[in-house]
Design a protein around this ligand. Structure first.
Ligand SMILES: CC(C)(COP(=O)(O)OP(=O)(O)OC[C@H]1O[C@@H](n2cnc3c(N)ncnc32)[C@H](O)[C@@H]1OP(=O)(O)O)[C@@H](O)C(=O)NCCC(=O)NCCS
Length: 574
C-alpha cells in the first residue's frame, strides 16, 4: 500500500488537451497510473492518447463512474473553477500542479473541499509518486528513469514529504542510491496556503501500514515542522522521523525560493525548526548529503538489528510480537520491565495488537473500552455458559473457555459487524455524493427490506446505555471522531426520525471508536473477549464456591446480594 496514489486509483486529468496535460498524461500512464478520463471545457468528445475527454468532471463521473483523483494542468487563473468543479463532482483528491494560484483562490478551494470531505494537494506541487504503483503530477519525469531511481516499498518503505519540488525527486533518488525503499513521495507545494501541509501528510504516513519511517525535506517559514514536532511529542506520530531543513543561511525577511518559505517576526527559523524536531525525538541532519545514511542507520535500528539477527535469519519462522532472550523480554520492541507500572492495560492491549503504544488519551479510551465490558451480570450468554459448565465440576479454564466460545455474531460480535456497516454507510455517502444522514437512511431502508437488523443499535434492557455516553465523551477528549462515529450518529438519527427507539449500544459505540482509531476489525471481538474474561473468571469462581453442582440455572430470575452502590469520590482512584 501507499498514500494518495496507487495503481488502482482512478484518475482524471483536467487540462488534458493542453501542452503539459497531454505530455504528463502519457508519462503518468507509462508509469502505471490508471488515467481514465480527461477534461477540457468545450473539447468533450475528443480523445487524447485514447483517453476520453469530457467538458466537465461531472460529465466524466456520470459517464465512467466514481473517480478518485483529479490532476490539474490548467493555467493558474482557471484553477479555482476547475478544482471546485472536480470537488463538486465528488472527487476526493485534487492535485493542483500550477504555480501562481492566488492565495485567495486556494482558500476558496480549501473551503469547498472541507464542505465535501475532500482534500487537495498543492498548489504549485509536483504531485505524488508511489514507486511501482503510480504517479500524479510531474515527479520522476520519464517512466524508465522513475523506475530506476525510486525503489518500491516491498514489503515496506519510507514515506518522503518535501516542501520543495526539485528536492522531492532528489531525496527519492539519493535514498534509492542508498538502497532505501519508498512507499510514497509527496511534494506538498511551496505556497503560503496549501491543502495537505507537512503534519497532515505525516499523519497519513503514520496510519499507512507499509510506511516504516518518515523522511522530511523541510525548509524555513511557516510552522509546519514545529507542528510535526508537537505531533511526535503527543505520540500521534510514532514512526521514526528523519529530517533535513533547508534555508539555514536565509536572513529574516528574505523569501527563500518559495512563497511559504519566509521568516517573519522571528518565527519559522531554521534553528527553531531543528531544535523543535530534535527535542521531540526526530533525527535532523545538518547537511542534505547526510540524509540517506541517517535513514539507513535508523532503518537498521528498527528492523535490521532488532529483528534480523543471524539466529533470526536462520529460524524456521518468525514472529513480530515479542522477543524473548535470557533475562530480557521485549513486547513489540519495548522492554516489558520498562512498560510495567508505566503503561496501562489498555495501552498494553493496544500495543500488542497494533504494534505501537497509543497516545495517552487513546490509552485512556482503550482502558475505558475494557472497563465498559468487564461484566454485564449473570444473564448474558457468556456468563450463563461459563456458569453452566462450571456447575458440572469443570476446571476454571474449561468453564471460562465455554463462556468465551459463546462470544459470537449476536453476543460481542456486534462490535465488528457494526463497524463494517458504519464503514459501508460512510463509503456510500462518498460514492453517491449524498449526506451521511441520507446514506444511513437509505442503508437502513435496504436492510429493513432484506429483513436484516442493524448490529450495534438498541438494547434489550437499556434505553440509554450508561456506557455509551461515557465512551463517546472519552473519545471526544481523545480527538477521535471519524467517519464511523459520524455514521453511528446518522444511524441513530435515522432510527429516531422513523420513531424507533434504537440508540447506539455499547457494542456499536466500541465498534465505531475502534474503527475510527484505525484498528483492524478482525481484532474487535478479541478486544471484547479480553475485556469480558475477568468477569467470566469471577462468575466461575462464584458458581463453584456458592452453588450446588448441576443446579438448574434460571437465566433471568436471580437477585443481587453484593455491596450497595458506591462512588469513587474519597477513594484513591483518579
Ligand atoms: C498548469 C500549466 C502546466 C499549464 O501549462 P500549459 O500546458 O502550457 O498550458 P496550455 O495553455 O497549453 O493548456 C492548458 C489547457 O487547460 C485547459 N483549461 C483551461 N481551463 C480549464 C478548466 N477549467 N478545466 C479543464 N481544462 C481547462 C485549456 O483549455 C488548455 O487546453 P487547450 O490548449 O486544449 O485549450 C502551467 O500553467 C503551470 O502552472 N506550470 C508550472 C507548473 C509547475 O511547475 N508546478 C510545480 C512547481 S514545483
Amino acid at each position: 500500500m501507499a498514500i494518495l496514489i496507487d495503481e488502482k486509483k482512478r484518475v482524471v486529468v483536467q487540462g488534458v488537451t493542453g501542452r503539459e496535460g497531454r505530455a504528463r498524461t502519457r508519462l503518468m500512464r507509462d508509469y502505471g497510473t490508471n488515467v481514465v478520463a480527461g477534461v477540457t471545457p468545450g473539447k468533450g468528445g475528443q480523445t487524447v492518447l485514447g483517453v476520453p475527454v469530457f467538458n466537465t468532471p461531472q460529465e466524466a463521473v456520470d459517464s465512467l463512474g466514481e473517480i478518485d483523483i483529479s490532476v490539474l494542468f490548467v493555467p493558474a487563473a482557471g484553477v479555482k473553477d476547475a478544482a471546485i468543479s472536480a470537488i463538486d463532482a465528488g472527487i476526493k483528491l485534487t492535485v493542483l500542479v500550477p504555480d501562481r494560484v492566488p492565495v485567495w483562490d486556494a482558500m476558496e478551494i480549501g473551503a469547498a473541499a472541507k464542505a465535501k470531505g475532500a482534500m487537495f494537494l498543492g498548489p504549485n506541487t509536483l504531485g505524488a509518486l508511489s514507486p511501482g504503483k503510480g504517479v500524479i503530477g510531474m515527479i520522476g519525469g520519464r517512466a524508465e528513469s522513475a523506475r530506476q531511481w525510486f525503489k518500491p516499498g516491498i514489503p515496506k518503505g519510507v514515506g518522503v514529504i518535501s516542501r520543495s519540488g526539485g528536492m522531492a525527486s532528489s531525496t527519492g533518488y539519493y535514498l534509492g542510491q542508498a538502497g532505501v525503499r519508498i512507499s510514497t513521495i509527496v511534494h506538498i507545494g511551496g505556497d503560503a496556503v496549501i491543502g495537505i501541509p507537512l503534519p497532515d501528510a505525516a499523519l497519513m504516513f503514520e496510519t499507512d501500514p507499509f510506511t516504516e519511517a518518515i523522511v522530511i525535506f523541510g525548509e524555513i517559514g511557516s510552522s509546519q515542522e514545529e507542528e510535526l514536532a508537537q505531533l511526535i511529542i503527543d505520540r500521534k506520530i510514532t514512526k521514526p522521523v528523519i529530517a533535513y531543513i533547508g534555508g539555514k543561511a536565509a536572513r529574516e525577511g528574505t523569501r527563500f525560493s518559495h512563497a511559504g518559505a519566509i521568516i517573519e517576526g522571528g518565527r519559522g527559523t531554521h534553528a527553531g525548526k531543528v531544535k523543535a524536531l530534535r527535542e521531540a525525538g526526530a533525527s535532523v541532519v545538518d547537511a542534505f548529503g547526510e540524509l540517506p545514511e541517517a535513514v539507513v542507520e535508523i532503518l537498521k535500528k528498527i528492523k535490521g538489528e532488532s529483528l534480523m539477527s543471524e539466529t533470526d535469519k536462520n529460524a524456521v519462522w518468525n514472529t513480530a510480537i515479542t522477543r524473548v532472550q535470557p533475562n530480557k523480554v521485549a513486547v513489540r520492541g519495548y522492554d516489558i520491565a520498562e512498560l510495567m507500572g508505566r503503561v496501562s492495560v489498555g495501552a498494553a492491549v493496544y500495543l500488542v495488537l497494533q504494534g505501537e503504544l497509543p497516545p495517552p488519551a487513546v490509552a485512556r479510551l482503550m482502558d475505558a473500552i475494557l472497563v465498559s465490558s468487564i461484566d454485564h451480570g449473570a444473564t448474558p450468554p457468556s456468563a450463563l455458559a461459563a456458569r453452566t459448565v462450571a456447575s458440572t465440576g469443570a476446571s476454571l479454564s474449561a468453564s471460562v473457555a465455554a463462556g468465551i466460545m459463546s462470544i459470537n455474531r449476536h453476543h460481542g460480535g456486534a462490535i465488528e459487524d457494526c463497524a463494517r456497516q458504519l464503514k459501508a454507510i460512510a463509503a456510500r455517502a462518498a460514492r453517491e455524493s449524498i449526506s451521511i444522514d441520507e446514506a444511513a437512511t437509505r442503508t437502513l431502508a435496504a436492510m429493513a427490506e432484506a429483513g436484516e437488523r442493524m448490529p450495534g443499535f438498541g438494547h434489550r434492557l437499556h434505553t440509554k446505555d450508561p456506557r455509551t455516553a461515557r465512551l463517546f465523551e472519552l473519545a471526544r477528549e481523545a480527538g477521535v471522531d471519524g467517519v464511523h462515529m459520524q455514521a453511528a450518529r446518522a444511524v441513530q438519527k435515522a432510527f429516531a426520525d422513523a420513531k424507533k427507539s434504537l440508540p447506539v449500544n455499547v457494542d456499536g459505540a466500541i465498534g465505531a471508536i475502534l474503527a475510527d482509531l484505525g484498528m483492524d476489525p478482525a481484532a474487535f471481538n478479541g478486544i471484547f473477549m479480553i475485556a469480558r474474561t475477568p468477569g467470566l473468571v469471577a462468575h466461575v469462581i462464584e458458581e463453584q464456591a456458592r452453588e450446588k453442582p448441576m443446579r438448574r440455572i434460571d437465566p433471568v430470575n436471580h437477585g443481587y446480594d453484593g455491596p450497595p452502590a458506591k462512588g469513587l469520590v474519597g477513594t484513591s482512584q483518579p
